[in-house]
Design a protein around this ligand. Structure first.
Ligand SMILES: [Zn+2]
Length: 138
């Protein structure tokens, strides 16, 4: 059980709904039990503006909620996603550097590379034979 005191950052994340479900439940319970904490939440709600919500951490947490599936990452590798979706994933993986999706993508890339050599060999053979034809002409 997580017994850390609920701080302002946690309350902000609670309001932004970026906490994992267990943490959301923990804050909710604490709010029920403490009128002091409810007052604090009200303060945070009124003062938060949007400052804290645009920190990289907050963006990461928000984006983490919309991690790509393996299928989406596979399509991304094959450049088969629609451009907006691909842009979003590129941002998610390269700018936000989501470790979860990076790991998934690296794994898929590894599998794709293992499957690729056969195709490359085939391509090379075609290339070599056409080169042979060209040099035969000269
Ligand atoms: Zn992700």
């Amino acid at each position: 059980m997580d017994n850390r005191p609920i701080d302002v950052e946690t309350l902000k994340d609670y309001l932004a709904e970026t906490l994992p479900p267990e943490a959301m439940a923990r804050v909710e319970k604490a709010l029920r039990d403490s009128s002091e904490l409810r007052a604090q939440l009200e303060d945070v709600r009124q003062n938060r503006g949007d400052a804290g919500l645009h920190s990289l951490g907050a963006i990461w947490k928000r984006s983490r909620l919309t991690c790509a599936t393996r299928q989406e990452l596979g399509s991304f590798l094959l450049e088969a996603l629609d451009p907006d979706h691909a842009d979003y994933l590129k941002f998610h993986i390269e700018v936000i550097a989501c470790p979860f999706c990076q790991a998934n993508l690296a794994d898929l890339q590894h599998k794709a590379e293992r499957a690729a050599p056969a195709a490359k060999t085939r391509q090379k053979r075609i290339y070599d034979s056409s080169r042979g034809l060209l040099s035969g002409e000269g």
